[in-house]
Design a binder for this molecule. Sequence first.
Ligand code: K7E
Ligand code: CUA
Length: 764
Amino acid sequence: MKQLRQRWMPLLLIAGLGLGAASATAAPESLQDVMKRRGLNPQDLLAAAKTYVPTGKRDEFVVFSSGGQSGQVIVYGIPSMRILKYIGVFTPEPWQGYGFDENSRSVLRQGRIDGRDITWGDTHHPAISETNGEYDGQFLFINDKANPRIAVIDLRDFETKQIVVNPVFKSTHGGAFVTPNTEYIIDAAQYPAPLENRKFHPLEEMNEKYRGGVTYWKFDRKAGRIDPKQSFSIEMPPYWQDLSDFGKGPSDGWSFTNSFCSERYVGGIEKGRPPYEAGCSAKDTDYLHVVNWKKAEQVFKAGKTRKINGHDVIAMDTAVKEGILFLIPEPKSPHGVDVTPDGKFIIVAGKLDTHASVYSFEKIQAAIRAGRFESKDPYGVPVIGMKDALHTQVQLGLGPLHTQYDAKPCVAYTSLYVDSQVAKWDYCAGKVLDKISVHYNIGHLMTMEGDSTKPQGRYLVALNKLAIDRFVPVGPLHPQNHQLIDISNDKMQLLYDMPLPLGEPHYAVAIAANKLKPGVRYKVGTDSRTDRPHPGAVRAGEQRIEKKGNQVTVYGTLIRSHITPETIEVDVGDEVTIHLTNLERAQDETHGFTVSTYNVHASVEPGKTVTVKFKADKEGVYPYYCTEFCSALHLEMMGYLLVKPKGWKPTKVGLAKAHYTEADYRATLKKVADTQAVIDSVVGYITSVNYKDFPDVVAMVEDATDQLGRIPDAKARHEAAAAKKDWEQANLWAEQVWQFQVKAADLGLRAKTYLEQSGARKTR
Ligand code: K7E
Ligand code: CUA
């Protein structure tokens, strides 16, 4: 430190800083100093201490947030609110190669509608797979409202594996929510439309020809995919179905979907009619749809369905006849419907009502069993009286939307959109416990594992629609604002504001971090989008280029810091397919791959095989290279695609020579010997401790051994060249030996650091 100060002193003097100033700033600030300088109060410090995660430490919870209009999923940690990842889902994501390599493009292609690529999504509700009602950390689902689709993300590698298109709806909103054992994922329609594809009916036929409904997507957990053939929908009246939730515990086997605009109002301000917003909120109540999905499943399996667009739909009259579908009035223009963790109650909040309504599952069942219905709706669906189904109603404030649950029994949190508040209340006793203001206009809110049977409490995130004055201005489009709130005490405490600049995240789910067990590498040669061996995978030494007619297929590999092959020669007009396998085993040793101006990109994590494909329709010379800074020689990890014009003949043979001398060769040998000494000392250290207890280190050691194993061949070549006094060849092959050493040493040093930081113990 003293030495450093002495070295910098002349510079400080030149910069015009006197000695006095230098020594004043050199004294470390105390906590009091920092508080004073930054204007922080003790409450701020407490909040900071509750969210700060020191370097080397990790978050307790992981959040999967909808990426809104970005069509992606945002992953961040709690309590730090640090962003960990964006997962490409409905939208191409270049870093992950999503949409720029063939394997991920095949996932995006599943999301085509009417033969059209749809490369954006309006993501709303993520859901984590559950086992016995608890989050199991295996899969994540998320819906696209605009283009009615659901995606499956595997949490073993955080990659999107499947997109399914809803066959009967034109927009969906009430998904994704899962059954307690993830047999089904629900998605409900939003805006009614004719169910038959490409069928026109005028708005005047809204009541007769337009329909809503609910889809139950069957999830095959073993395959890790939705099975569309085992999935079905229930036709519903053209009320605008909205959010949904599945029952659990006593209410397992049932699902709940609310609705708005049960007026079935048709606007048309152009024709002098009052607008949708007026007509759709005229009545005091809308309908909660109560569905016996276990019975619906039997009806579907018994074949009592109608095929619409090739998909099984249980018709409304069948649903009524079989006792599958019931309605209950709910006040007014409701939004959220959330089943309590014990499965006994269903809480509905009406946007235009100040109450939250707590429906009792037991009372609903009693009414159904007794055949006690107050009426039928225009489609013959039995309507249970509101008072026959209500447990209680609690006045919370203006614009209640969504409800989440605490670890403490009976405690719920409801977002108040108009009041910009979160209300903490007791749904058993029916009273408000606390309120906190948020900034501003909260939509969803989320507690830790809050959709499961075992909410973890602790923290709540308010997903606010407006950020207005919270952040440094960045133009008229503001970031979103996720506010972290401590709910572990009686009074809620606001801890942190996080700007999210990637679309409007409608909803988010949080899981205990220790439940996630993602892998760090693939089995060599895996197609990560199908989880199967990739047919284009090769091992070291099997690389080749095949040409059949105008089809050129490259079977290549990637390993620090080398792309095999280094040259790809094709004729203009050839169709080029490049399969690339990353042979690395070391953690985080990802290589990227792109070819200049052909709009392809791949992210090739350890063990993965990825394919890029393009038509070489422009003659010329196109460098390809690795796009991840993967080693000291990353910039050299490149090659050339040569696209030769028609009828091209070589005119010059052999490459330019650099003319190295014997002295150069001797100098390189010296460098090789010095590097070997470094390697020997690192190897000495690693083998002196229990490194075999650390799988990550074992992987690095394997990779390093691979690199060292390639030295004897290069060594034989430089020695043979030296014997013939071909100093050019001798020097270059000696350089190659050094390249292998450098890569091995890099791995060895990383392994050593890892072991030292992980407290490895001496074994000899
Ligand atoms: Cu924006 Cu759940 Cu789609 Cu409410 S939804 S806010
Ligand atoms: Cu591989 Cu850079």
